[in-house]
Design a protein around this ligand. Structure first.
Ligand code: HEC
Ligand code: HEC
Ligand code: HEC
Ligand code: HEC
Ligand code: HEC
Length: 630
């Protein structure tokens, strides 16, 4: 570990470097000359500024000897093996992370320090986040969110009589240094400076030779909330709801995450859902061996209870060993990791990674239910969110979920396909279906400062505006509560209590059945191509692009599929399905040509007479000919 003085010097040289970088003219667009102070957050600091020596975060190799056993289907101790297949174990190895990190550093100097804080907490605490391109990270830092880091996690709010008494002096020291976090999120973690093992059990025998403690923080969502709310502190919320760049070289004025630009709000979404208040009966779909089946915390769904052993030496069988699955929606990145690190069996183990893909597919298959109803001349596709947060949630760039409808005729030939995806080219026809996603971008002010065109963009570190967020809210959603945590829908409307979304598709002439499919994709072609083309610093974008081509181009994962039969199409232009074409249909059509956003909800597809997926003058001509008669 570097001494504090070295770190201070290194820090100072980076502050200077940032200024130099900002003076350099750069191709296409300019860099915002932010400094480390722009990205400051409280919590345990890398230079151990609370005045205590800090035991380095040690590798998971120190845990696997006891917490790993893998011989499925008969026997698995689901701790090391599950973690090792999860994305958190690869958060710093992840080439998508590195491709995005390069752009972040290009766009806002030294912003990478913020990224490394969450993606490699061991590296960050060890002072190896500088340079901010991650080049100082060591092998063990590549373990990302590792065992020793999580199990030294201290609840930033001391709960008398519940928190381990050891927590109190740690928090006191941070308070004295002025860096005690007041909120969960942004990687403002508090870490025990001494190696310790905080966990869920009061009766765990201690084989560790270091302190083992029961910690209520570890059974609450709060621990996950430390990183699963991500904000950009370089921006401050303005009275009009926009986000403006803070003064350079200054900490965020309030350090309140809800005054910063929101990048991810998974924890806040959850905290404002029924899962956090009453819990939701999941009937065994999630939670493994959970005693009641009522899902509340992140752990309930993402670390299912398993009847097994936690350690190979102490054969204490428990009904609730938390399997360290941490599976979400990412099924693609494991293929990339296996392809990129074929020789590192120790840390990129193909068995663990492919098991993890299977479990992730299970999560995706159960993340939504699909209800398709035949309503006269339309079908209504309802997607119900069964997760504890928005669907999809979390990382916004390139992630998306969409509906594909294949209408078929009597002999099962395709009449027309809505939301078609070309698996070879990785192209989605988005205009004629519903795509659930968040689209971030830059506003006029940032466009001016950076030279990036105003509008949606993938410039993660300087995006300061939501152009779209129609991701489906969880149970318990209210507009007021979600607006308060900066997670309100954008360019979409959900009523209070609505945790589903409906899309209406017109049955085209000749169609008698439809196959309705819900897909999830980790990264869109547009995003991967951007990360390659915008990179003027290193080869991280090229490395990712090459892997993307080698691994099926982040293929969409089928979440749900339903077939509806006995469909009957109405005549073209009969928008209200009353079997006659009247002026009322004409009025509806006028609404439809107003904009693509409206067309799906108003039954506008009735006017897509040529079935080409849009409503234009050609369709209008058809309508006129129709009412004029033969
Ligand atoms: C406060 C913690 C935190 C910070 C800071 C943070 N991230 Fe992340 N990042 C996450 C979490 C949590 C996820 C997983 C969310 C998900 O999968 O939906 C994630 C996911 C990602 C992914 C998606 C990876 C994949 O394989 O799909 C990329 C890329 C990424 N982050 C890049 C960055 C960059 C670049 C920065 C800095 C500008 C950054 N992150 C800062 C917590 C953080
Ligand atoms: C020498 C064997 C051994 C090693 C090495 C080891 N553990 Fe353990 N650990 C155990 C045993 C045995 C238990 C008790 C299991 C039980 O009761 O279910 C345990 C329990 C735990 C608990 C639960 C504590 C509680 O009170 O709930 C945590 C957390 C933990 N270990 C973390 C780690 C981490 C992190 C590492 C590596 C840095 C590690 N262990 C290395 C043997 C070991
Ligand atoms: C130190 C910060 C940190 C903490 C604490 C943390 N996470 Fe994460 N988590 C991340 C990052 C970073 C990623 C993204 C890794 C990547 O994709 O490169 C991630 C990814 C995930 C994913 C996978 C998402 C996907 O796309 O498949 C799940 C699920 C998850 N975390 C759940 C949890 C749960 C549950 C907890 C609490 C027990 C937790 N995390 C605590 C940082 C953290
Ligand atoms: C993202 C944070 C996180 C990471 C990374 C993580 N754990 Fe855990 N671990 C938890 C939480 C949270 C619990 C308690 C969950 C619950 O009770 O529902 C837990 C529980 C445990 C237990 C208790 C089970 C028992 O038998 O005593 C052990 C042991 C353990 N972890 C070891 C490890 C080891 C070893 C690793 C690395 C291979 C690891 N953990 C990685 C968060 C984490
Ligand atoms: C009711 C069960 C449930 C609860 C509770 C829950 N999740 Fe999830 N989560 C899921 C399912 C199912 C998915 C897969 C769908 C998806 O990826 O959007 C998922 C996906 C995720 C992802 C990946 C999102 C993406 O698409 O990139 C992250 C990250 C995550 N959860 C974190 C959390 C955290 C943190 C909490 C607690 C604050 C939590 N989850 C609570 C069920 C749950």
């Amino acid at each position: 570990m570097l001494a504090s003085a070295d770190l201070a010097r290194l820090r100072a040289s980076f502050l200077a470097a940032a200024v130099v970088a900002s003076l350099c003219a750069r191709a296409g667009y300019g860099q915002v000359p932010t400094t480390l102070d722009n990205f400051f957050f409280p919590g345990t600091q890398p230079d151990a500024s609370n005045g205590v020596d800090f035991d380095p975060i040690i590798s998971a190799d120190n845990c696997r000897g006891c917490h790993e056993a893998y011989n499925p289907p008969d026997l698995e101790y689901p701790i090391y093996s599950r973690w090792a297949g999860s994305m958190m174990a690869h958060a710093a190895r992840d080439p998508l992370f590195h491709a995005c990190l390069a752009i972040a550093n290009q766009d806002a100097s030294v912003s990478g320090d913020l990224c490394i804080r969450c993606h490699s907490p061991g590296g960050w605490l060890g002072g190896r986040s500088l340079p901010t391109d991650g080049s100082a990270l060591r092998d063990e830092d590549m373990e990302g969110v590792t065992c020793n880091f999580c199990h030294r996690g201290v609840d930033p709010v001391f709960k008398p009589g519940i928190s381990p008494p050891e927590d109190q002096p740690i928090l006191d020291a941070l308070a004295k240094a002025g860096v005690l976090p007041t909120q969960l999120g942004n990687g403002s973690y508090v870490v025990d400076p001494f190696d310790s093992r905080r966990g869920p059990y009061t009766d765990a025998p201690n084989y560790h030779g270091v302190d083992t403690m029961y910690s209520p923080f570890h059974v609450a969502s709060d621990q996950c909330g430390t990183c699963h709310d991500v904000s950009n502190p370089a921006f401050a919320r303005q009275p009009d709801g926009s986000y403006a760049l803070n003064a350079l070289g200054m900490e965020h004025p309030t350090l309140d995450k809800y005054d910063m630009f929101p990048l991810e709000r998974t924890f806040s979404e959850w905290a404002n859902s029924t899962y956090a208040t009453l819990g939701v009966q999941a009937n065994g779909v999630f939670g493994g061996n959970h005693p009641t089946g009522v899902m509340r915390t992140c752990q309930d769904c993402h670390m299912p209870d398993t009847f097994t052993y936690g350690c190979v030496f102490e054969n204490l069988e428990r009904p609730d060993i938390p399997a360290h699955d941490f599976n979400g929606g990412n099924v693609w990145m494991q293929d990339v990791l296996m392809s990129l690190y074929p020789d590192d069996y120790e840390h990129v183990d193909p068995y663990y990674l492919s098991d993890s893909q299977d479990r992730t597919r299970y999560m995706l298959q159960n993340a939504a239910t699909l209800e398709v109803t035949n309503e006269g001349c339309n079908i209504r596709v309802r997607v119900v969110n069964e997760t504890g947060h928005k669907l999809p949630t979390g990382y916004p760039e390139g992630r998306r979920m969409w509906i594909t409808v294949e209408f078929r005729d009597d002999v099962l030939s395709t009449v027309v396909e809505r939301g078609a995806y070309d698996f070879d080219l990785a192209d989605l026809t988005a205009a004629d279906t519903k795509v659930y996603e968040a689209k971030l971008g830059v506003d006029a002010a940032v466009a001016q400062a950076s030279g990036i065109p105003e509008g949606p963009s993938f410039h993660f570190a300087i995006n300061n505006k939501y152009y779209k967020d129609n991701r489906i809210p969880p149970r318990g959603f209210t507009n007021a509560a979600f607006a308060a945590v900066q997670a309100a829908p954008v360019s979409a409307a959900y009523a209070d209590g609505q945790y589903w979304d409906d899309t209406v598709f017109r049955i085209p002439p000749g169609a008698t059945s439809a196959v309705v499919t819900l897909y999830y994709q980790t990264a869109s072609k547009e995003y991967i191509t951007f990360l390659r083309d915008a990179n003027i610093t290193n080869d991280a974008g090229d490395v990712l692009y090459e892997q993307w081509e080698l691994t099926g181009k982040s293929p969409p994962v089928l979440m749900r599929e339903t077939v509806v039969q006995s469909l009957v199409a109405a005549a073209p232009c009969d928008a209200d399905c009353d079997a006659s074409i009247t002026l009322y249909d004409y009025h509806l059509m006028a609404e439809c040509v107003k904009g693509p956003g409206e067309r799906l909800s108003l039954g506008c597809e009735a006017f897509d007479t040529d079935l080409d997926g849009d409503i234009d003058l050609h369709d209008f001509d058809y309508y006129q000919r129709w009412i004029e008669g033969p």
